[in-house]
Every structure is written in structure tokens, then in C-alpha cells.
Write a protein that binds this ligand. Structure first.
Ligand code: MLT
Length: 304
């Protein structure tokens, strides 16, 4: 009998092609063989000797002490792609909001006082402050062509944008499922110099941390709009805020705002909510459970 400790109320609901009699699942296990986790941070956790694997229901593994796990022989899995559609939908919504100041305009409408006709007049008088350009025909640079980057690139293209794709590890030709008409950028510089909008879809690694900084921003088109729904560490906060003050960057949309960003009018901050849909949570939980089952029963390691 395998014991799987489930955290963050995660459950492999809807998964039926495995032998349930071989497993006990629950949030308290005395000798867990594996842990399934969503976003709880496990850095401080003492891992029991019985533990052989941890599956993160999500793409990033920053909430798991990966080095400690490898020292202790614990395999760490993730679920790449399982929440990609949900995140894509969030990013496309943000892309439109990067142009049309929708969030601010909605807040503003709620502040208007008066009867129906008076409010209509106030709207007519004040609405032009929220005008913004269409995205059709504009250039979008997608940095990172994993599952999310590919879906974002394809969807933005369907909205009429000219899309440039760049990934340090995958060629645009090798990015499975990427629309053939996405332009293959050979370097980040090409993205920076050409694009009106830039969206980040890379993990935070030694190579990518701080990649949006004073010198990369200097290469970008003045008034560029930047989206970061990937990881906060990709951006040097002070450099970004300075560029927003100088209008080199028009707007920054992120679900990883730092304290300093929250009051800045050029920052549109979201909670980290991109993957929070029931569909994506089920997909991630199912994929994580299947990975653990295949590992515990057959020793197979996929997405580690
Ligand atoms: C991921 O790492 O999968 C996304 O950032 C969403 C999440 O943290 O659940």
C-alpha cells in the first residue's frame, strides 16, 4: 500500500485508471511515499525517510527545495502544460488591458456620482483619459516558448498581432504547436528592438533572473508595454520603476508585484491567479497523480 500525502486540498478527482486499493491518500500520513502539492512552500519541511517523490501540481517548482530533495534521493515532478490554457487566458486578458486601461476605467466609473443622465454626462466628459490603442497590427515579443508561451503566441496572432518568438533553448521551428507564421527572433535584442509589447514566459533561473533591467530596457522601443505572468525575479524592480517614471516603459502588468510597485500608476498588479481555474487544477492534479503512480509502481520518471 502506497501512502500519498496531499496538500492544498489537492485530490486526483476523476482519475480512475489506476488500482485504488494500492493507495491511501490524505493530508496526514505517517509514512508517506509521496507528496502532492500545489503552492504550499516545503522549504522548512522535514522530509520523512519513507518519502520517495514530490509532485508539484503546476509548472514552477520554487516552493520545493529541489537541492535538498536530490541530496535525499527524493524525485521532484511537475506538470508542464497542465495549466497552460488557464494562464494563457489570463495573459491574453492582460494583453488587452495593457492597451485599453480597462481596470482603471472600471474603478473610475464606480466613483461617479449622480442620477443616470448625470453619470452618462460625466462618462462622456472623462472617458478619453482611458483611451488606448488596438493590439491588432502591433508587435508582440514572446520570450519563452514552453507550453504557455506557445499558446499565448498563437492566440495573440489570432487577434491580429505580429508575433515574434524567442526561446534560448528551443528554436521557433522546434516549438511544437507554434503557429508557423510566428517570426523566429534570433536574439532577445531582436525582440527588444522590434516589439511594442513583450510578454515573459520563462522560469526564474540563474540565466533569466533580472533579465528585465536597465540595459535590456534601454534596447526596447520607447513606450513598450511589458507583461510578466511568469516569475517576479525576472525583473529588476528599481530599474523597471525608473523606466516607468521616464515613460520608456508605458505600463507593466504582473501577477508578481513587489511592495514598491503597488502604488505606481504604471503598474497593473494582479494576484497570482492565472492557473486558478477548476479545469487547470483538475488537469494538474491528474497529471501529478499519474506521474506518482507510474513512478511508485513502475519506477518511471517523467517531468522531473
Ligand atoms: C505554475 O508554476 O504552474 C504557475 O505559476 C501557476 C501556479 O503557481 O500554480
Amino acid at each position: 500500500m502506497f501512502q500519498i500525502q496531499t496538500m492544498n486540498k489537492i485530490s486526483p478527482a476523476g482519475l480512475d485508471n489506476f488500482d485504488r486499493t494500492k493507495y491511501t491518500w490524505g493530508d496526514e500520513m505517517n509514512e508517506p511515499d509521496a507528496i502532492m502539492v500545489r503552492s504550499a512552500a516545503l522549504h522548512e519541511m522535514e522530509f520523512p525517510a519513507s518519502l520517495k517523490a514530490i509532485a508539484r501540481a503546476g509548472a514552477g517548482v520554487n516552493n520545493i527545495p529541489v537541492d535538498k530533495c536530490s541530496e535525499q534521493g527524493i524525485v521532484v515532478f511537475n506538470t508542464p502544460g497542465a495549466n497552460a490554457n488557464a494562464v494563457k487566458e489570463m495573459v491574453i486578458m492582460a494583453l488587452l488591458m495593457a492597451s485599453r486601461k480597462v481596470a482603471a476605467s472600471m474603478d473610475w466609473v464606480k466613483t461617479l456620482k449622480g442620477n443616470g443622465a448625470e453619470v452618462t454626462k460625466l462618462v462622456e466628459k472623462g472617458k478619453s483619459q482611458f483611451a488606448g490603442p488596438e493590439i491588432m497590427g502591433k508587435k508582440l515579443g514572446v520570450i519563452g516558448l514552453g507550453a504557455i508561451g506557445i499558446l499565448v503566441a498563437n492566440a495573440a496572432q489570432a487577434l491580429g498581432m505580429t508575433v515574434y518568438g524567442y526561446d534560448p533553448y528551443i528554436s521557433v521551428d522546434g516549438a511544437w504547436g507554434l503557429s508557423q507564421s510566428v517570426i523566429h527572433a534570433n536574439s532577445l535584442k531582436e525582440i527588444y528592438e522590434n516589439c511594442d509589447y513583450i510578454t515573459l514566459h520563462v522560469p526564474a533561473t540563474k540565466e533569466t533572473k533580472g533579465c528585465i533591467n536597465a540595459s535590456s530596457i534601454k534596447m526596447m522601443k520607447p513606450g513598450v508595454r511589458i507583461l510578466n505572468f511568469a516569475r517576479g525575479e525576472l525583473v529588476e524592480t528599481a530599474d523597471l520603476l525608473e523606466a516607468l517614471d521616464e515613460r520608456q516603459v508605458k505600463v507593466y502588468l504582473t501577477d508578481f508585484p513587489t511592495d514598491e510597485m503597488l502604488d505606481h500608476p504604471g503598474v497593473v498588479a494582479f494576484p497570482h491567479l492565472g492557473a486558478s481555474t477548476p479545469e487547470s487544477e483538475d488537469n494538474c492534479a491528474r497529471m501529478a497523480a499519474l506521474e506518482l503512480i507510474d513512478f511508485l509502481e513502475n519506477g518511471n520518471i517523467k517531468n522531473s
